[in-house]
Design a protein around this ligand. Structure first.
Ligand code: PMP
Length: 443
């Protein structure tokens, strides 16, 4: 199948060869690299429109990659584009002075997410996580952050551990040891982390019993999107909330993927859990670099008098704020998420049916507009389950079959498929027809 794809993507192959001479690996982020699944080379983009992407060879794809999440309104969403162009042509981009539009945006975020009483902006999810963990340490006077195997919270030194560790070096199941996500991380910073298996109440309870007095925060995705969309077990997030509150530990929800996607109030709205701090990014900006940390007033107040310093030349720049204001206006239209769930449920349920009929050991896991297909015999509740059970070779065959027929999503089994507001029923039906054809050949 790889050969068939190669013949249709000759221009991408050429551009990739050229790019590698001046860009290490030929790409500007790990997730686009060959070693992240884009073997033998990534597709080079020509343009995007709505739920579609056209590559440099002129192939048109129904897009479920969506830039890894930000293009929740589809590509080139008209109102966001107009707001940004207006900002550039009539106002300007960076002033190092506040603007009224920033408080307008903050009010929208506060109105959308009940746990957020105050909010500060940043440019990326990586930065916003750094803000959140700094705030938690300052607020509690404690140094350690609990983070879970299989999650990603950005690439900063402090948290880029045990994302997807090799199990041979990752320690026992109940008590993982921190594994650096490659060389270059300063040794010692991992002492400020505590790595736990996700979806395991007892492991969390025990860690808090032993180390609670030095834990500033538990940092978690409310749904483990960075290991293929693993849902929290019933009661897990509730237990996490109770255990942290009882020990004076802040609960930080990293809603970089789920925020403004599962609903206006994110995963916390869907699951009914109130974290102390939340981090938002991708869904917030409609394709422009903007992120946010928000939460309890007493924690956020540490920023008010400079006790905690959060900075950035480009934070709340005019383009980001205009884009986010326009995006949130679109997302707040009554009934918007109902339509998004209608389209995405049609796809998820349709795929589930196709796999059920095929008899293949595959299941579709996720919620609404973010999900993944697992090729695995049993259920998957944690990163180690995934490592041990998931059939990565089968996933790759599925991915190749789909992309060569014009359906685009990430080649990594631990990534997600995203559905946008721009996907139509017709897009979904075309996708399902292609999926049926591909699955028939997987047998
Ligand atoms: N947290 C989560 C849960 C993420 O999925 C990501 C990015 N995929 C990040 C943080 C980092 O965000 P960014 O790429 O904007 O730095």
């Amino acid at each position: 199948i790889a050969l068939k794809l190669d013949r249709r993507t000759l221009a991408s192959a050429q551009l990739f060869a050229d790019a590698q001479r001046v860009i290490p690996g030929g790409v500007n982020s790990t997730a686009r690299a060959t070693w992240s699944g884009w073997e033998p080379y990534p597709i080079f983009v020509a343009s995007g429109h709505g739920a579609h992407v056209v590559d440099v060879d002129g192939n048109d794809y129904v897009d479920y990659l969506l830039g890894l999440g930000p293009m929740i309104l589809g590509h080139r969403p008209a109102k966001v584009t107009r707001a940004v162009v207006r900002q550039i042509e009539e106002v300007g981009t960076v002033f190092a002075l506040p603007a009224a539009a920033e408080a307008e945006l903050a009010r929208k975020i506060v109105a959308a997410v009940p746990s957020v009483e105050m909010v500060r902006l940043s440019n990326t999810g990586t930065e916003a996580v750094l803000y959140a963990t700094r705030l938690a340490r300052a607020f509690t006077g404690r140094r350690r952050i609990v983070r879970f195997e299989g999650m990603y919270h950005g690439f900063s030194d402090a948290v880029y551990w045990s994302k997807h560790p090799d199990l041979a070096s990752a320690g026992p199941d109940e008590q993982p040891v921190p594994v650096a996500q490659g060389p270059g991380l300063p040794k010692g910073v991992e002492d400020n982390l505590l790595i736990l298996p996700w979806n395991d109440v007892e492991a969390l309870r025990e860690a808090i019993r032993v180390h609670g007095h030095e834990i500033a925060a538990v940092l978690t995705e409310p749904m483990m999107c960075n290991t293929g969309c693993i849902l929290p077990r019933p009661g897990y997030l509730e237990a996490m909330r109770e255990l942290t509150a009882a020990a004076g530990i802040l609960l930080i929800f990293d809603e970089v993927i789920t925020g403004f996607r599962l609903g206006l109030a994110g995963a916390q709205g869907v699951f009914g859990i109130t974290p102390d701090l939340s981090v938002f990014a991708k869904g917030l900006g409609g394709g422009f670099p903007v992120a946010a940390v928000g939460g309890r007033r007493d924690v956020m107040a540490l920023v008010s008098d400079g006790t905690v310093s959060l900075a950035g030349t480009y934070t709340a720049n005019g383009i980001a704020v205009a884009a986010a204001n326009a995006t949130l206006d679109e997302l707040a239209v009554p009934g918007a998420y109902d339509r998004l769930y209608e389209t995405s449920d049609r796809l998820r349920h349709g795929l589930a049916e196709i796999f059920a009929r095929s008899g293949l050991p595959a299941h579709v896991v996720g919620l609404g507009p973010v999900f993944q297909v697992w090729f695995a015999d049993g259920p998957i509740h944690s990163y180690r389950d995934a490592e041990r059970r998931a059939d990565q070779a089968m996933f790759r065959r599925w991915w190749l079959g789909m992309i060569e027929r014009g359906v685009l999503f990430h080649p990594g089994a631990y990534e997600n498929l995203f559905v946008s507001f721009a996907h139509t029923k017709a897009d979904i039906d075309v996708t399902l027809a292609i999926a049926a054809e591909v699955v028939a050949r997987l047998r």
